[in-house]
Design a protein around this ligand. Structure first.
Ligand SMILES: C[C@@H]1N[C@@H](C#Cc2ccccc2)[C@H](O)[C@@H]1O
Length: 438
């Protein structure tokens, strides 16, 4: 390995209580909300085919016109308490809100910028009431913050001249000030979710990203910050030039998930997922494949089975309401979580041989293992192969815990569980009590 000043400062996962809590939450809600919800993927009769929150970069969108959308930001139907209750009923235990996306518009009245809600017809702080409402409902809040800021005069993707470098130096002070301001105004937040850290200016300044992370931890000990913030002094991101994870969890799983346990290299990780293929902000026209509640539940189960968190994204409309399809997903997922949440919260890798019918999840630190059946075999027989020296002592679904399923023992550590019925409309969860033969 090579000597690095600004690589990973810790080997292995965090072991403190704050990180253990993050690890137990498993299901999060992402919210992308901002000026981009006003055009909603369309402009003057034309449809933007990219991600709605990137419409400012579309050649058909005059940047000055986009930058003036703040004069229309007035979410008269914004009800943070309703948002929080809806998230609670979905079973989300944490929420990530865009305080500022790449367009630079701040959903809080920052004293370091005029490009904020304070300048809009709405005038009031959006973030504060949201943090309060979610915390009141027992949901932790993380603040999304984009380093890229297309609106700020000192932002540079790739400084070319000495003047660029001086401007970008001012920009770094602005970033540090805004982050300190967010921590001061919203002290109950549990961490930052950084984005927009791929440009040269950031990638080639590993020292600053390192110093910034240490500064934030100093003023707010225990903050949880993913790997996307950091670069090392050689421009390596997420993993330093020695292959070690920087930050508190791997934050690269965006619209994709690991397939097997080897893919996570023992690191804490989090997957973030859109319901359409690639829309984070509100898009009036949802085209392409729209994920069903069952698809999202299976992704949540898969993530939990691989010891990771799973965050589902929602893009509220400019008036502060959610589109019907998103409300339906939250309700359907919530119904499943009400019955089966015990398999998700505090769930982790079981260490059992993967079977075709679905996923194993171990309740962390116990001998309780859940089978989540997503693919019901036409035979109705579920094969369970246990590790050596492990025996099955009891099995029953979470839906009918009093109705034990008598396993058929077929050989060394192998059982078949027969399902009473094969017609399920959502993944079915069976709790296995096992014991290790010491
Ligand atoms: C969490 C997500 N990250 C942002 C992005 C991006 C992006 C930008 C360029 C190439 C590939 C992905 C999206 O706008 C959304 O905020």
């Amino acid at each position: 390995s090579i000597t690095l000043q600004h690589g990973a400062h810790r080997i292995g996962n965090r072991t403190d209580a704050g990180m253990a809590r993050w690890r137990s939450l498993r299901l999060g809600q992402f919210i992308h909300w901002g000026l981009y919800a006003i055009p909603g993927g369309e402009w003057k009769g034309k449809t933007y085919n990219g991600a709605a929150e990137w419409i400012r970069s579309w050649k058909e969108m005059p940047q000055a016109e986009y930058d003036n959308l703040y004069k229309q930001f007035n979410p008269v139907n914004y009800q943070p308490e309703q948002w929080a209750l809806q998230a609670k009923n979905m079973g989300a235990k944490y929420m990530i809100i865009t305080t500022k996306h790449h367009d630079g518009f701040c959903l809080w009245p920052s004293k370091y910028s005029r490009y904020t809600v304070a300048s809009s017809p709405w005038k009031k702080d959006i973030i504060g009431p949201m943090v309060d409402a979610y915390n009141k409902n027992g949901i932790d809040v993380y603040l999304y913050f984009s380093i890229i800021d297309w609106n700020h005069p000192d932002w540079r993707a790739s400084p070319k001249t000495p003047a660029d470098s001086i401007a970008y130096g001012r920009f770094k002070v602005f970033v540090k000030n805004q982050l300190q301001e967010l921590l001061t105004k919203y002290p109950t937040i549990k961490g930052f979710w950084f984005d927009g850290t791929w440009d040269d200016s950031w990638k080639n300044d590993g020292a600053f990203s390192d110093e910034l992370e240490q500064y934030l931890q100093k003023i707010h000990p225990g903050l949880i910050i993913g790997s996307r913030l950091r670069a090392d002094e050689k421009g390596a991101r997420h993993f330093d030039s020695n292959g070690r994870l920087m930050g508190d969890y791997e934050q690269g799983w965006e619209r994709k998930l690991p397939e097997k346990i080897a893919d996570i290299h023992g690191n804490d990780w989090e997957g973030v997922m859109t319901i359409p293929e690639n829309q984070w902000g509100y898009n009036a026209r949802w085209a392409g494949h729209i994920k069903s509640a069952n698809e999202l539940i299976e992704m949540l189960v898969k993530s939990t089975s691989l010891a990771g968190n799973f965050v589902i994204n929602f893009g509220p409309k400019s008036d502060g309401t959610f589109r019907t399809e998103e409300v339906q997903r939250m309700q359907e997922i919530g119904q499943w979580m009400k019955v089966n949440g015990a398999a998700i919260y505090n769930g982790g890798y079981a260490g059992f041989e993967k079977q075709d019918w679905g996923y194993y999840i171990r309740k962390n630190g116990t001998d309780s293992v859940f089978m989540v059946v997503c693919n019901v075999p036409v035979s109705g027989d579920l094969r369970v192969k246990l590790p050596q020296q492990t025996t099955l002592t009891h099995a029953a679904t979470l839906e009918n815990p009093a109705q034990a399923i008598t396993p058929e023992v077929t050989g060394k550590n192998e059982y078949f569980l027969r399902l009473e019925t094969k017609n399920f409309h959502t993944p079915v969860v069976i709790l296995l009590q096992t014991s290790r033969n010491t």
